[in-house]
Design a protein around this ligand. Structure first.
Ligand SMILES: [Fe+2]
Length: 325
C-alpha cells in the first residue's frame, strides 16, 4: 500500500505522517515490528507531546521550522518533541523499499567534491552515527557555505536548531536511538548502520538537496525530449506573437507527437516529482486540444489562446525546475 509522503510543517496541532510503504517493506534491513513501533509509538508520542507543549503558547501558530531555528527560547519539552517530530518525519521519507535509487548528477558531483566518493560518504556518516554517545542522529546536511557536511546531534536535536554547533539544512538523517534498531540488531548499532544504506531513498535526498541548491545550468540539455518539444513550441509560439499563425497551423500535429514522446520519456531523477509529471500530462492534453482546434480550422483567436496556455504550462516547468540556458 502506498501512502502520501508529503510533509507539512505548517503549524500545530501536528499529525503523525503516513509511511510511503508498508511496515515490512524494508525487510530484511529494518524489520516490520521496529517500523510499526517506531512510527505508532515513538513518533506518535513526540507528536502528542509537542502539541501539548505548544498549546496555549505563542509558538502554537508558528511554523515548526521557525520554532526549531529559535529553539533556545523554548522549554526542553518543545526542543525534544519538535525535534522528534521533525527528525522522524524526515527519516520516513528518506527510506524506501525501492532498490538502487541514485543521487542526482549534481548531488553525486557534490558528494565526490566533498567526500571523494559515495563509499567515503557512507563511512564518514556511519562513523558519526556509531560514535554518537547515547541517543541521537547522524546527518548529511547543507552548511552555510552551501556545501555538504556531516554531523551528529544528541537526543532529538538537528542542524536547524540554534543550539547545535554545526548548523544547516539536513537532507539525510539516520536515527541512532536504540528504538530504531534494538529489536533486530540489539546492541549492534554498526550492523544496523551497514544495513540502512540498502534502503536509503536517494531520489528523495536529491530532491531535498535541490530545494536548496538549484539544478546546474545545462540540465535542460540532458533531457532531450523536453528540449525537442521546446524547439517546436518556440518556433510556433514566437511567430504567433507577431500575428503569424502559419507555423502553428502547419505544425500542431508535430507538437502533439513531441508532447507524447516527452510524456513517455525517462524523466531525469531530479525532475521526477508530481509537479513535473502533472505539467507534462497537461502539455500532452493541451497539445492535443490545440491540434483539434487547428484541424477544425479554428479562429486565430482560439488558436492563439490555446497556444498561449501551452506556453504558460511549459514555462511553469522551465522556470521552476530547470535553469534556463
Ligand atoms: Fe526514532
Amino acid at each position: 500500500m502506498i501512502f502520501c509522503q508529503t510533509l507539512t510543517f505548517s503549524q500545530s496541532p501536528y499529525k503523525l505522517p503516513e509511511l510511503g510503504f508498508t511496515y515490512n517493506a524494508l525487510e530484511p534491513y529494518i524489520d516490520a515490528m521496529t517500523m510499526e513501533i517506531h512510527l505508532t509509538k515513538h513518533h506518535a508520542a513526540y507528536v502528542n507531546n509537542l502539541n501539548a507543549a505548544l498549546k496555549g503558547t505563542n509558538a502554537e501558530n508558528l511554523p515548526l521550522l521557525d520554532v526549531m531555528k529559535n529553539i533556545s527560547a523554548y522549554s526542553p519539552a518543545v526542543r525534544n518533541n519538535a525535534g522528534g517530530h521533525f527528525n522522524h518525519s524526515l527519516f520516513w521519507t528518506i527510506l524506501t523499499p525501492e532498490k538502487n535509487t541514485q543521487p542526482s548528477k549534481d548531488l553525486m558531483e557534490a558528494i565526490i567534491d566533498q567526500f571523494t566518493s559515495m563509499d567515503s560518504l557512507k563511512t564518514l556518516l556511519n562513523k558519526a552515527a556509531a560514535t554518537r554517545f547515547g541517543s541521537g542522529w547522524a546527518w548529511l546536511y547543507i552548511n552555510s557555505n552551501k556545501k555538504l557536511a556531516i554531523s551528529s546531534t544528541p537526543n532529538q536535536d538537528n542542524p536547524y536548531m540554534d543550539v547545535v554547533e554545526q548548523k544547516g539544512i539536513p537532507i539525510l538523517g539516520i536515527d541512532v536511538w536504540e528504538h530504531a534498531y534494538y529489536l533486530k540488531y540489539q546492541n549492534k548499532r554498526g550492523d544496523y548502520l551497514a544495513a540502512i544504506w540498502n534502503v536509503i531513498n536517494w531520489q528523495e535526498v536529491s530532491k531535498r538537496y535541490h530545494e536548496v541548491i538549484p539544478v546546474k545550468k545545462g540540465k535542460f540539455d540532458e533531457w532531450p525530449e523536453i528540449k525537442d518539444f521546446h524547439k517546436t513550441l518556440s518556433e510556433t509560439f514566437h511567430p504567433s506573437e507577431e500575428g503569424d499563425l502559419k507555423p502553428i497551423r502547419t505544425r500542431s500535429g508535430e507538437m502533439v507527437k513531441k508532447a507524447i514522446t516527452l510524456s513517455k520519456s525517462k524523466i531525469p531523477n531530479e525532475f521526477n516529482n508530481k509537479a513535473i509529471t502533472d505539467a507534462i500530462k497537461k502539455l500532452e492534453s493541451g497539445s492535443k486540444a490545440l491540434d483539434k482546434i487547428v484541424r477544425k480550422k479554428g479562429s486565430d483567436k482560439a488558436i492563439t489562446k490555446s497556444l498561449h496556455q501551452l506556453h504558460d504550462i511549459f514555462h511553469l516547468i522551465v522556470d521552476k525546475w530547470v535553469v534556463k540556458e
